[in-house]
Write a protein that binds this ligand. Structure first.
Ligand code: FES
Length: 285
């Protein structure tokens, strides 16, 4: 095990962090309850989390500022200062969307996310200090503060990468789920009563069968956001609401009416055979 793995393991096991993380996550969760805010911050419009898109601007600006500081010469001073300030201003949307995504995590991911946020906050403070001393023409100090900010941001980026690629935070939990394209018998029609739930599995894919207003729906039962059990969700206005973070999916087509899920939930084609069995298949496009 290398040093970075040891650091990650240590952070994941730091339960005292929960004392700060849990109340902060609760405050953020309350603030993002309105549907429009949820959808905006979760990336419903673009089909995946918006936070990784927004962090490119401050991290790119600060990286280029430091490059110009040390390799650009005198003629690059103005550009370097400008990039430092672009990074500071553009950090706000990245912070807000990051807090949103983080508020839905639990335990070890929440702890790593808190340290990730702290690292970025330190970077923001260091670059802000760098900007101030640059205005007073303390260029060497400004460069060193920027370099320190870059280091903090780099470590934080490593933690963010671990959250996404190591822990699967905000990875679509249904991305690999696919049913056969041939009709497959899964249950007796009598097993799926009006208002009831019936969970089955097809080729290892968990599927929720339910009837609402007489209409039969077959939906992937693993919430694509963070894996919540949709069979325990509530049905409201033709949609099912995930019990974990209240992502809301339309029964007809799986459309993500409300985030934090940023993609629609898979819905499968259904038919009832003449001898009273339900068959499913992957929609044929
Ligand atoms: S797991 Fe988060 S909304 Fe379903």
């Amino acid at each position: 095990m290398n040093i970075l793995h040891t650091i990650i393991d240590t952070i994941e096991g730091l339960k005292p962090l929960d004392k700060a993380a849990d109340p902060l996550a609760a405050v953020v969760s309350r603030a993002v309850q309105p549907r429009r805010i949820r959808n905006l911050l979760s990336g419903a419009a673009i089909g995946h989390s918006v936070h990784p898109v927004l962090i490119v601007v401050p991290s790119g600006a600060w990286l280029m500022a430091s490059y110009l500081d040390f390799a650009g010469g005198k003629s690059s001073r103005h550009a370097a200062d400008l990039l430092v300030n672009v990074g500071i201003v553009s950090a706000a949307p990245a912070v807000i969307t990051g807090l949103h995504d983080w508020s839905d995590t639990q335990e070890k991911e929440r702890r790593v996310g808190l340290v990730h946020a702290a690292g970025n906050a330190i970077a923001l403070v260091l670059f802000t200090a760098s900007s101030i001393v640059r205005l007073r023409d303390h260029r060497v100090l400004g460069k060193l503060l920027g370099l320190a900010g870059l280091g903090s941001m780099g470590f934080s980026a490593y933690l963010g990468g671990h959250l996404a690629y190591g822990s699967g935070v905000n990875v679509n939990r249904t991305a690999w789920h696919e049913l056969p394209t041939e009709w497959t018998r899964v249950a007796s029609d009598a097993d799926v009563v009006e208002g009831g739930r019936h969970r089955t599995e097809v080729n290892g894919v968990p599927v929720l069968l339910l009837r609402n207003g007489g209409k039969l729906t077959a939906m992937d039962s693993v919430c694509n956001h963070l894996g919540g059990p949709l069979e325990e969700g509530t049905v409201e206005d033709g949609c099912i609401v995930c019990p974990w973070h209240q992502s809301t999916f339309r029964l007809d087509d799986g459309w993500n009416y409300r985030g934090p899920a940023s993609v629609p939930q898979p819905v499968y084609e259904t038919r009832v055979t003449s001898d009273g069995f339900i068959e499913l298949r992957q929609p044929v496009s």
